[in-house]
Design a protein around this ligand. Structure first.
Ligand code: ADQ
Length: 497
């Protein structure tokens, strides 16, 4: 496999995402530089370091403007700069309309098929268009003068960027990774038709469109087929021809930096914390189960709690056999539906604990905060069981983090069949989180699974995961993009399309 930097091959790489890799935040008169949590930034940052590219993102920190020059440029990483962060400035009403509004109250619920939370407001749509336009302008400025730029857009916040960049930088190779599911036409058509058509046309501005799963890729093609009259689809080659251009649509399941997570779990401090957790929670032969999510209605947290309630209600004998650790970090709390869910989770945990608690046993331990990566690794390592109960999920990285951190190979993974990860991971027990009865039975069966079987399944999953890391994901995307448009020999100007 070639090195990542070779795959970019001396072209100027411009990465575009809503979130920035470094945020300047001032509090109490002191400015600090924060890196947002999550694996994606940690994977893309090394790519950018090696290719000296430009990362275009929303300048979200309250001290971001002070740290940037007049064009919004900041050399990063701060300790040893090797690429440029170009910040895009948004005001309060733009953040509300573009981010909280159209992206998170219309596209997010629609793509996850939550019609009940879908609110497509025209004001939000206008802001979404405007902000996408601003990102596209910033990309075009950064691409100016580069002979053969490669532009890689991330996610659903920026669905309209590629089509605009295409008109501003005609020779560029443009591709986009869509991190969340894509719905079938019956659901997508809940979107007001002008917005739906504009979104699909916007996404067709890409040369390559990357989804997490084959299902999402198929759904996108089916939506194009129904809503874009001039589009011609070649299902075999997974390509769309429209307005004289070709967009290739394929699945590239995302992964994690496996060695990093495994290394964290193997640290002596993690081993010690894992032992402490087991000491505290697995007394008297109890098992320790864990779940880790942002508090989001797509993650099925309430369904998980209902299944636990049902299991303990039906099976008295299981009452003291399990402690469930729910690590749930609040997220998007500015939106009422998320705030309400945070409250419901706390209420339900309290209710269930009050119903079943005994002298020496608290059934559910809620950790309602963002936990550091090393603590998380120790929690994953300590667990006998991890439950991912997403009602819909693009991939779900928690499932993969759990596997990477299970260095003692004792844990079972119960994984929703509606998470993209279910299409890939062999060795997990698949569950249907809508079926509360079935989930309660699944939990009961999981508790009874013999250690030898758990070990065999975990060993298999760990082996497979080592062969499909985030670096393999990056390589396969960059290779596919290169194959679509190989770099012209030196001195040859790129063809204009
Ligand atoms: P998310 O919806 O955020 O991501 P997920 O893939 O599970 O879902 O990633 C969450 C990340 O946040 C994980 O790295 C996890 O460890 C971390 N995290 C969650 N709760 C935490 C907590 N309480 N403390 C610390 N860390 C916590 C979107 C899509 C997914 C897709 C990813 C990547 O919705 O389907 O897998 O992008 O493409």
């Amino acid at each position: 496999m070639p090195e990542l930097s070779e795959l970019v091959g001396g072209r100027r790489l411009i990465l575009v995402s809503n979130r920035e890799p470094y945020e300047h935040v001032r509090s109490g008169g002191v400015t600090e530089i924060r890196r947002p949590p999550g694996g994606l930034v940690s994977a893309l940052d090394p790519l950018m370091r090696r290719t000296n590219g430009v990362w275009v993102a929303w300048g979200s920190g309250n001290a971001d403007r002070d740290a940037a020059d007049r064009s919004g440029h900041v050399p990063v990483p701060p300790e040893d700069p090797s690429y440029v962060l170009r910040r895009v400035w948004l005001d309060e009403s733009e953040i509300e309309g573009y981010y909280q509004g159209f992206a998170n109250s219309a596209l997010w619920p629609l793509c996850h098929m939550f019609a009940q939370h879908f609110e497509p407001r025209s004001d939000d749509w206008e802001k979404y268009r405007l902000v996408n336009e601003r990102f596209a302008q910033a990309v075009a400025e950064e691409a100016a003068g580069a002979a053969d730029p490669v532009i890689w857009i991330q996610d659903y916040h920026l669905a309209l960027v590629s089509a605009t960049v295409r008109t501003l930088v005609p020779g560029a190779l443009i591709h986009q990774f869509w991190h969340i599911p894509f719905p079938p036409p019956d659901i997508f058509q809940l979107m007001p038709s002008a917005m739906g058509v504009a979104l699909l046309r916007g996404m067709l501005g890409n040369d390559l469109l990357e989804f997490q799963t084959e299902r999402a890729a198929r759904n996108f093609l089916a939506c194009v087929d129904e809503l874009i009259p001039d589009a011609r689809i070649d299902p075999e080659r997974q390509q769309v021809q429209s307005e004289g251009r070709t967009t290739t649509v394929r699945a590239f399941p995302i992964s994690i930096d496996v060695q990093y997570y495994e290394g964290l779990a193997e640290e002596p401090a993690a081993a010690e914390l894992a032992a402490k957790l087991r000491d505290r929670y697995t007394k008297k032969g109890r098992q320790l189960a864990v779940s880790v999510d942002r508090v989001d209605y797509t993650k099925g947290i309430l369904e998980r709690l209902r299944a636990l309630d049902l299991m303990w209600d039906r099976h008295r004998e299981l009452r003291e056999c399990l402690v469930f650790l729910i690590v749930a970090t609040p997220s998007r709390s500015a939106l009422a539906v998320y705030k309400q869910l945070e409250e419901q989770v706390v209420e339900q945990v309290e209710r269930i604990n009050a119903k079943y608690r005994t002298r020496g046993w608290t059934p559910i331990v809620l950790i309602p905060e963002n936990v550091s990566a090393d603590r998380l690794a120790a929690i994953y390592r300590a667990a006998d069981l991890c439950l991912v109960s997403s009602l819909q999920d693009g991939m779900n990285l928690v499932a993969k983090e759990f596997i990477a951190c299970q260095v003692d190979e004792r844990g079972l993974l119960l994984l929703s069949r509606f998470a993209g990860a279910a299409e890939e991971i062999e060795g997990a027990t698949l569950i249907n989180p809508f079926n509360i009865d079935g989930l309660a039975d699944g939990l009961k069966a999981a508790l009874a699974t013999p250690l030898a079987e758990r070990r065999a399944r975990m060993a298999r999953m760990r082996y497979d995961l080592h062969g499909a890391t985030i670096f393999d994901w990056l390589r396969s995307i960059l290779t596919a993009a290169n194959e679509l448009r190989p770099r012209p020999p030196a001195g040859v100007r790129p063809a204009r399309v």
